[in-house]
Write a protein that binds this ligand. Structure first.
Ligand SMILES: C[S@@+](CC[C@H](N)C(=O)[O-])C[C@H]1O[C@@H](n2cnc3c(N)ncnc32)[C@H](O)[C@@H]1O
Length: 368
């Protein structure tokens, strides 16, 4: 408005109170948003943003639900109505009808959270989803999520609208409504907003890689769709869900290490199922190779049957180290057996050599 030399006011309608139904919305970010609203922090932040923007006199706050405030506003008195309030079907329908009443001809009704338009979805599916009162749900198996209440209300009240990445707009021309073509790819962001923008930097198996400001993050896909996962962004690592670093490479390495540890743990968990009792799995250099739970044993065959289920402490107490070894893998057990056998062969050679030397006639005696 300032750039265009326009006067006028911006009227903001919001109760600035918790509004998510905690029975229906179980995600942590819904709790966090409700708690922040309840503490008064969101309203304080709004006031702070307004006063520091220098538009304190232009922006009017009307605190209350839209159903209480909008009917009091004069018909056809607004050039733009921007809807970004409740996502519950009945509330969005109410807000849209009021927006249509409030906008003057030539004005634009627009809003947020329209990831899918009604004509792109099966009406019965959207109706059923909106009927649950759920805020944001998966649209299918493709990972896309949407706000069914917004999709159904905008589709039935306005029909197709211009849309760009969830932001939608339609223009009133007399009694007609014309979708506004939106292409914001070349629009610029104010510097303070740009620095907080989240950029998608890539992916790793099971992780989104993103940057925010000068920091890089790995967010587990288990946290949900990226826009939900971003709500949980924090500086501290929360393995294996969140990793952060000064460079993308640092984050990648942290994820690699974590995946490595998880793999070891998964293999161990699998072994608990595979070898609940001792199982003879092979032999090596005169040793039986036995697996029991997460352990591998090498037990010298000449010992006869050994019950590995007595556990490593008992095995160590009952058998010599060179007859019974334990490791985390068969490779480690085989390597220990190799070392024992090489040492035994060496000891035997040394002993044999000593015997030969002792038996041999001494050269000094022979000379005398
Ligand atoms: C998704 S947030 C968007 C807030 C703001 N437009 C923004 O982008 O930061 C939705 C907002 O709608 C408000 N809200 C929820 N139900 C409302 C209702 N019935 N009437 C007016 N505002 C409502 C909430 O308090 C919350 O601030």
């Amino acid at each position: 408005m300032k750039k265009l030399g326009l006067g006028g006011h911006v009227t903001c309608v919001d109760p600035w109170l918790p509004y998510f139904d905690s029975e229906k919305e179980t995600g942590r970010h819904y709790d966090n948003m409700n708690r922040a609203a309840k503490s008064g922090l969101i309203y304080q932040l709004f006031r702070h943003n307004v006063s520091s923007s220098g538009f304190g006199k232009t922006i009017l706050a009307k605190r209350g639900k839209s159903c209480a405030i909008l009917p009091k506003l004069q018909a056809q008195s607004f050039d733009i109505v921007y809807l970004d309030g409740s996502h519950v079907l009945e509330d969005v329908l109410f807000d849209l009808r009021e927006a249509k009443r409030l906008i003057r001809s030539g004005g634009i009704v627009c809003g947020d959270d329209l990831e899918l338009q009604l004509h792109e979805r099966n009406l019965a599916d959207v109706g059923a989803a909106a009927g649950t009162g759920k805020d944001y749900i998966p649209a299918g198996a493709n990972g896309l999520c949407y706000h069914p209440g917004v999709t159904l209300a905008v589709g039935t009240e306005l029909g197709p609208v211009g849309v760009w990445d969830g932001f939608w707009a339609i223009q009133r021309s007399g009694e007609q409504w014309i979708p506004v073509p939106l292409d914001m790819s070349r629009s610029t962001l104010p510097r303070h907003v740009a620095s907080a923008v989240i950029r998608q930097e890539g992916e790793m198996p099971g992780y989104h890689l993103i940057s925010s400001g000068r920091r890089y993050f790995g967010l587990a896909k288990d946290l949900g769709p990226l826009d939900i996962a971003i709500e949980m962004l924090q500086e501290d690592d929360l393995p294996p869900l969140i990793f952060s670093g000064a460079t993308l490479e640092e984050v990648r390495q942290k994820i690699d290490r974590s995946l490595g540890m998880l793999t070891v743990k998964m293999v161990k968990d699998r072994d608990l199922d595979l070898y609940p009792t001792p199982v003879l799995v092979g032999s090596h250099r005169g040793f039986n190779l036995v697996r029991f739970k997460t352990d591998c044993y090498g037990l010298r065959q000449s010992l006869g049957p050994v019950d590995a289920s007595i556990g490593n402490d008992q095995i160590e107490a009952q058998y010599a180290r060179e007859d019974a070894v334990r490791g985390d893998s068969l490779e480690s057990v085989k390597a220990q057996i190799d070392a024992i056998e090489v040492q035994r062969a060496y000891d035997w050679l040394v002993m044999r050599l000593q015997n030969l030397l002792e038996q041999a006639p001494r050269s000094d005696k022979a000379e005398s």
